[in-house]
Ligand binder design. Structure first.
Ligand SMILES: C[S@@+](CC[C@H](N)C(=O)[O-])C[C@H]1O[C@@H](n2cnc3c(N)ncnc32)[C@H](O)[C@@H]1O
Length: 271
């Protein structure tokens, strides 16, 4: 069960960030291919946005693209090293604003100041209390027509399977089975979060979900979810549309193939 302290320790000191987060994009053929092939198609309707809030940017893997679509980009991360790296990386951009938080609070953000809130590949490791706290505050921080896109865990839907494997299989055996593809990797997802719980929290916060895409990030189970939410009276409001996308991994593989033909790096490296 990843706590805020676990996230603080892991991303703040134990993890060495070998390629600043780009190492997590290799399946897509790189971050550029992941952004243009997987993320941008899902958020393009909300861009450009005057002010974007990115929660948990890490070393700025998505910040580099988000900054092209706004006048102001506010970064909030739990870890000082992440914010320091982003400050360094985006030093030439006057659009960016940086905050280290306690893993839950958005008190540094002015009310009704955000057009688009975004978080990808980070809050999958955040437990229900964190998700609930962020959503409750986002209701205050978003402008009336503001909208959010958050990538989060759906591991809670497989909680029984998860707790059985945790209890019955020793860690080394579990790792070996995952490596051979005989067991799904749970990738430090939060077991207390599901798409349904996220929708309930967002509804309670006054930010009902308008889209939820459950995806098989790894293996066959729908481990993760992308949720889009907005205020009831906003121009984005509509009944929630839920889609179980079991073809996500095919999309990833295809993006990986296409990147070798079209990515900027494929032309520069001439490999
Ligand atoms: C796996 S890294 C991903 C970073 C970035 N989103 C990316 O895709 O490259 C996870 C990031 O989430 C941050 N994080 C984890 N829990 C958080 C929380 N509750 N609030 C804010 N940031 C958090 C960590 O500090 C780290 O920067």
């Amino acid at each position: 069960m990843p706590t805020i302290e676990d996230n603080l320790r892991l991303w703040g000191s134990r993890y060495v960030w070998p390629a600043g987060g780009d190492e997590w994009s290799t399946r897509w053929g790189g971050s550029e291919s992941q952004w243009f092939g997987a993320i941008y198609p899902r958020v393009h309707a909300f861009l450009p946005a005057a002010t974007i809030l990115e929660i948990a940017p890490g070393y700025g893997r998505w910040t580099q693209y988000l900054q092209e679509h706004c006048e102001r980009l506010v970064l909030v991360d739990l870890n000082q090293n992440c914010i320091d790296r982003c400050r360094e990386r985006f030093a030439s951009s006057p659009k960016l604003e940086y905050h280290v938080n306690d893993g839950k609070s958005l008190h540094m953000i002015a009310d009704a100041s955000i057009d688009f809130v975004f978080s990808f590949d980070s809050l999958v490791h955040a437990e229900a209390d964190v998700i609930e706290a962020y959503l409750a505050q986002l209701a205050q921080k978003l402008k009336p027509d503001g909208v959010g896109f958050i990538h989060h865990s759906n591991l809670g839907a497989y909680r029984v399977r998860w707790s059985l494997t945790q209890r019955l299989l020793p860690t080394r055996l579990r790792r070996r089975l995952v490596k051979r593809g005989w067991l799904s990797s749970f990738g430090m997802r939060a077991p207390g979060v599901t798409a349904e719980l996220f929708a309930a929290y967002s509804e309670r916060a006054g930010l009902p979900c308008v889209s939820q895409e459950l995806i098989n990030w790894r293996g066959s189970i729908l481990l993760d979810c992308f949720s889009v939410f907005a205020k009831l009276a906003s121009r984005w409001a509509r009944p929630n549309r839920v889609y179980k996308n079991r073809k996500f991994l095919e999309e990833v593989a295809n993006a990986g193939q296409l990147s070798s033909l079209y990515s900027t790096a494929s032309f520069l490296n001439k490999g």
